[in-house]
Design a protein around this ligand. Structure first.
Ligand code: GLU
Length: 324
């Protein structure tokens, strides 16, 4: 099975917040950028509530996020899709991979994985993800299954080799040394998923669906052609492209937006105590987000609609979504 780059389908973009808390200055940047990109392309813009990780979701957060977006003039073109309703589709995708021997059950606990990594000489380093050592790829050896993993190792090794003379900025290559893709803002990226990440989880030991599977199935089912999201997610893209390829799904184009940093340089996040966006003063929040995106300031007193219209034109001048 092979995936292709999204062809000339009509533009569909999306903002996909996890309802673990209200929107803050960082998540508003991704929301605004994805909306501007869709509007600059004359396309559709969807909101997907990524509530697969139910224990991390906060009650009322999805409603608050939608109200915050509405206050900013960012209204989705369809009713939002909730991932918590999508279990049957994720199961179908997992079944399809199992049928192709591209997913396998895994019995490893975190401790088992750490022991196997240490035995392979993979030392623990802060902020460095070590690949899953592949313990269960050959079978469970009588141990009880816990999670399901994608067999990235076998899938990737069976892909064709990279062409001898590959262009530095080739838009997309899905080959046996990994994924080479071009981010619309960050430029050429590549990752060898098999060696750098290993066989990653599709369904977790607690029965919850993993982000990677849910996002790939939903982006495809919703016809998403352009993903615009925060730069902290850049590192997931190669995994998602490999999974799209294995499932025979088209690959959207990707643009990762700048992160907002707190005073100590850490990424602004709910965990980091970012204050919620104040929906009573949407212009202040929007102006700050626009500044992060390199968009021009607006006149004092301008309303939300006028500001958004100005930024759509400015965005088209910087990123021109019609070109992709
Ligand atoms: N739900 C993810 C988050 O809030 C975003 C997923 C995505 O845009 O692909 O970080």
């Amino acid at each position: 099975m092979s995936a292709g780059r999204a062809g000339p389908q009509p533009y569909v973009g999306r903002f996909a917040p996890s309802p673990t808390g209200p929107l803050h200055a960082g998540s508003l940047v991704a929301a605004l950028a994805s909306w501007l990109d869709a509007r600059a392309a004359g396309g559709r813009w969807l909101v997907r509530i990524e509530d697969v990780d139910l224990p991390r979701c906060q009650s009322g957060a999805a409603e608050r996020i939608l109200a915050q977006l509405a206050a900013c003039g960012l209204a989705p073109d369809e009713a939002p899709l909730y991932q918590s309703t999508r279990g049957a589709r994720y199961q179908q995708a997992l079944d399809a991979l199992v049928a192709e021997h591209l997913a396998y059950p895994c019995a490893c606990t975190r401790r088992d994985i750490e022991a196997a990594q240490a035995a392979l000489g993979l030392q623990h380093e802060r902020h460095v993800e070590r690949p899953y050592p592949g313990t269960c790829r050959a079978g469970l050896q009588g141990r009880a299954p816990r999670a399901w993993r994608f067999n990235a190792t076998d899938y990737q090794s069976n892909l064709p080799p990279a062409p001898a003379h590959q262009a530095q900025d080739a838009p997309l290559l899905i080959v046996n040394d990994g994924i080479h893709w071009c981010d619309r803002r960050l430029g050429p990226q590549s990752q060898n998923v098999a060696t750098q990440v290993g066989d990653f989880v599709l369904r977790r030991a607690d029965g919850l669906w993993a982000y990677q599977l849910a996002v790939v199935v939903d982006d495809a089912d919703q016809g998403v052609t352009h993903v615009v999201r925060g730069e902290d997610l850049t590192d997931n893209t190669a995994r998602q492209i490999l999974l799209q390829s294995a499932l025979g799904l088209a690959t959207p184009s990707y643009l990762h937006t700048p992160l907002v940093r707190a005073a100590d340089g850490e990424k602004l996040s709910k965990q980091h105590g970012a204050p919620p966006m104040d929906e009573r003063d949407p212009m202040a929040a929007l102006a700050a987000a626009a500044h992060v995106l390199g968009l021009p300031p607006i006149d004092a007193g301008a309303g939300v609609a006028a500001a958004l219209a100005l930024w759509v034109r400015a965005w088209a001048g910087i990123y021109n979504p019609r070109r992709d």
